[in-house]
Design a protein around this ligand. Structure first.
Ligand SMILES: [Zn+2]
Length: 112
């Protein structure tokens, strides 16, 4: 897995991403003893899909939202397709959200 980020920000907290070569399935989210996403020994493209899936699992757990496995899979595929087929929209969203975050930080420290 070559994801440069070893953690993801979900529901107000950092959740570590680790890979375990002995995992016998694609991935899992563990909330205990510390929240972490575990990926198995899988190809990078499968790891990317699995990471989307496990981030959704983590969000449901952290935010106490109940979703069926089939609903999470549906969203996983929807988000993956959005990223692949509408990359400019995704880039625009990222850019605008970063600007928004910068503006919030600037307002918080009194800078315009
Ligand atoms: Zn699942």
């Amino acid at each position: 897995m070559r994801n440069p980020d070893r953690r993801v920000w979900i529901g107000g907290q950092w959740i570590e991403i680790v890979q375990r070569l002995d995992l016998d399935h694609f991935g899992e989210f563990n909330s205990f003893p510390k929240p972490e996403i575990v990926l198995g020994p899988i190809r990078n493209d499968i790891a990317a899909m699995t990471l989307i899936h496990e981030m959704l699992e983590a969000a449901c757990e952290v935010l106490d939202v109940k979703m069926k496995e089939s609903e999470i899979r549906c969203l996983e595929h929807c988000i993956a397709a959005l990223i692949v087929r509408s990359p400019q929209t995704v880039d625009w969203i990222i850019s605008e959200l970063r600007n928004s975050e910068k503006n919030c930080k600037a307002e918080n420290i009194g800078v315009e």
